[in-house]
Design a protein around this ligand. Structure first.
Ligand code: ZN
Length: 311
């Protein structure tokens, strides 16, 4: 029962004193799907299927879940260089490249995410059958892009690295169209449009793109003709950060037996303690294209906050 678990976590977080700093309401909110029931139908954007980009067949049969996803999750691929090749050929090439990486290096059965958007704004199907499931609107494909939450999410990989620069307008326009269509097909409230970092301790989908998620939610709400409540967010702490949240985390780590200083600076000792704490609690590395390219072990995000909270 995800709902009950969420409420319990929220209660724990509130008791913990994280209410203002690290609380957020990101995953604690009750899915507000009711607000989308009277929404306008959104027309499908053009989506190139796995046949179009000549995908390899999946290694095992694809799993179709008999329920809609709860969350629509935005990622970035951390492709180096942020290419100015906006062609369809490029969109197909990155789709193949991601699939090869996920199957050959990660050992997955197929591409991890359900959809991909190139910098040129071309939308491609990622994991096989994702388009068929989305068109039907009652099932969704089990992917691999948000550790510990894959049965709840439908993930979109956006080509590029968006830590410091913004997405191209072509990509943004397609992202709005695709997310609005997914929300329409599955009756998902804009409130449930999230970034990867709302679940795992990762910088994905980049500081700049993450900061635009409120704008994305509003744009989708406008397409659907619905209102929604803006979700809260949890701070993502990274090496070098100095803040009250870091100090709070260090105190919590000390309470869990880790010998870290309590000076509010996210130093190497803190990073190692966070990584050890996450590993000892069975937190998998965040799984998405971005995380495969970056060393984010030791980041402190929502999943770690929840475990650090005294019970
Ligand atoms: Zn991601």
């Amino acid at each position: 029962m995800p709902g009950k678990r969420s409420i319990d976590r929220r209660t724990l977080l509130l008791r913990s004193g994280l209410a203002v700093t690290a609380m957020g309401t990101a995953l604690a909110a009750v899915p507000a799907q009711a607000s989308a029931t009277d929404s306008r139908r959104v027309e499908a954007p053009h989506i190139y299927d796995t046949g179009n980009w000549q995908a390899r067949p999946p290694r095992e049969p694809i799993t179709l879940l008999n329920h809609p996803p709860t969350y629509i999750v935005v990622h970035h691929t951390v492709e180096p260089g942020n290419t100015d090749d906006y062609s369809l050929d490029r969109a197909f090439a990155i789709s193949r490249s991601i699939q090869n990486f996920h199957m050959d290096s990660n050992g997955w059965i197929d591409t991890g995410q359900q959809f991909t958007i190139s910098r040129g704004g071309y939308i491609t199907e990622g994991r096989h059958r994702s388009l068929e499931a989305l068109t039907g609107g009652t099932q969704h494909v089990l992917g691999a892009n948000v550790a510990n939450h894959n049965s709840e999410v439908i993930g979109i990989e956006n080509e590029g690295l968006y830590m410091e620069v913004d997405v191209p307008q072509t990509l943004w326009d397609s992202l709005v169209s695709l997310v609005a269509y997914i929300a329409s097909q599955y009756n998902i409230s804009p409130e449930m449009i999230r970034g990867h970092r709302d679940f795992n301790s990762t910088a994905c989908p980049g500081d700049v793109l993450y900061a635009r998620l409120p704008e994305l939610r509003q744009a989708v709400a406008d397409r659907l003709g619905v209102s929604f409540r803006e979700p809260g967010s949890t701070p993502l702490l990274r090496p070098g950060d100095r803040s009250e949240d870091v100090l709070l985390a260090q105190r919590r780590l000390r309470a869990h037996g880790y010998d870290v200083p309590a000076h509010g600076v996210f130093d190497q000792a803190t990073r190692e303690a966070v990584a050890a704490f996450a590993a000892s609690n069975g937190l998998a590395q965040p799984t998405c294209q971005a995380c495969a390219h970056t060393e984010e072990r030791g980041y402190l995000g929502r999943d770690v906050w929840e475990l650090l909270t005294p019970r």
